[in-house]
Ligand binder design. Structure first.
Ligand SMILES: [Zn+2]
Ligand SMILES: [Zn+2]
Length: 377
């Protein structure tokens, strides 16, 4: 059976606002909820269908994909968004809807989990610039940033030492308030204590009862070998402190690798251009080149090496950040036509021109053969 259009499922227009989507979904979810329609397969299907539609349309990124590509955006294999949307409870945050309408739907664990989610500290971003050599070696570095930390005086609970938080007078300590609306009882997070169930009557003077303080923090971070420009490193729990027992946020290191004077990088491979004279290219030579580890490597340039020829040095590139081993170093030789010749050099080259022949310049010979037959036609 063809899948119904998500907007049709919710009975809204394409231009519906997030509030309209939410309200349309609520109506359907309440009407078809399995608790209200035990054993009714059709209702169960409708309930799931509405859940799936809302899951997509309530997420701005998924909605955009759906608007552009329809259901195809979420079908397996295509690789958009890294795979399909499965079942009715995928991405969206349904908990607020269900908490509002069904009280402890999903069990007590859900509301506790959500409380902590809301009190989670913010994630932080730290931009760190390093050289290509540092990216090659990996490094440890101290970074300093301003963040919020748990207040030491009150251990994060926000009360003056020796006091404990009082029970919230509005909700009586359970973090929720109920009111009757139509035929349901609506349960909401307590507006007074934001769900913590506690009220602070003797606030900690150090943090004004917040439990957190602005702080300058210094931590040592390890930059792994092989990081590339744009690599993002997540340091779990190193972001801002949470409030009221919430988890800390994460710290994201954004790595910028400066461009290098000699080496160009493409993933794990490095590229290097080496200028040589036409005499060295024609007669052959051995060159010594720098490598990213600070060392040197020798390359034998055979006689008759043409301009732009690349030589590969296996394992002399950047380390693989995940896994072992290194990429390769490609050395491209560029021949330089000599300028500002002195008298002797000119004479020698003149002499050389006289004795040049077809064997020493095979490309030139080929070109003139083609040009001759072109002029004949
Ligand atoms: Zn405090
Ligand atoms: Zn309360």
């Amino acid at each position: 059976m063809a899948k119904r259009d998500f907007y049709d499922v919710l009975g809204v227009s394409k231009s519906a606002s997030p509030e309209e989507l939410k309200s349309a979904y609520r109506k359907l979810a309440v009407k078809h909820h399995p608790d209200k329609n035990p054993g009714n397969k059709a209702s169960e299907e409708k309930f799931k269908e509405a859940g799936e539609a809302y899951g997509i349309l309530s997420d701005s990124e998924k909605k955009q994909n759906y608007d552009n590509f329809g259901h195809a955006a979420f079908e397996g294999g295509g690789g958009r968004q890294g795979g399909g949307f499965s079942g009715g409870f995928g991405g969206a945050d349904f908990s607020d809807i269900f908490e509002d309408f069904f009280g402890d739907f999903g069990g007590g664990g859900r509301s506790r989990g959500r409380r902590n989610t809301n009190n989670r500290g913010s994630d932080l971003r730290y931009d760190l610039s390093i050289t290509l050599e540092e990216a090659y070696e990996g490094k440890k570095q101290d970074i300093k940033f301003s963040t919020t930390e748990k207040c030491i005086t009150c251990k994060g609970n926000g009360t003056k030492p020796g006091h404990s938080p009082d029970r919230c007078t509005v909700c009586g300590g359970n973090g929720k308030v109920r009111s009757n609306q139509g035929f349901f009882t609506v349960q909401q997070t307590c507006p007074q204590c934001q769900g913590s169930g506690e009220e602070i009557t003797n606030p900690c003077v150090d943090c004004n009862g917040q439990g957190n303080k602005q702080a300058s923090k210094k931590i040592s971070v390890t930059i792994p070998k092989g990081v590339d420009d744009g690599t993002r490193i997540r340091l779990a729990g190193k972001g801002e402190a949470g409030t009221k027992g919430g988890a800390s946020g994460d710290l994201y290191l954004f790595i910028n690798v400066y461009s290098h004077d000699l080496f160009k990088r493409s993933d794990e491979n490095l590229f290097f251009e080496f200028p040589i004279s036409i005499a060295d290219a024609a007669l052959g030579t051995t060159i010594e080149i720098p490598t990213i580890d600070g060392g040197k490597a020798k390359i034998k340039i055979p006689d008759g090496t043409q301009n732009g020829k690349q030589f590969r040095l296996k394992g002399k590139g950047m380390p693989y950040m995940r896994g072992s081993g290194n990429g390769d170093l490609y050395v491209q030789v560029n021949t330089e036509v000599p300028i500002s010749l002195n008298k002797e050099q000119k004479e020698l080259l003149e002499k050389f021109r006289e004795i040049e022949n077809e064997r020493s310049n095979p490309s030139i010979k080929k070109f003139f053969q083609k040009a001759k037959s072109f002029w004949k036609n």
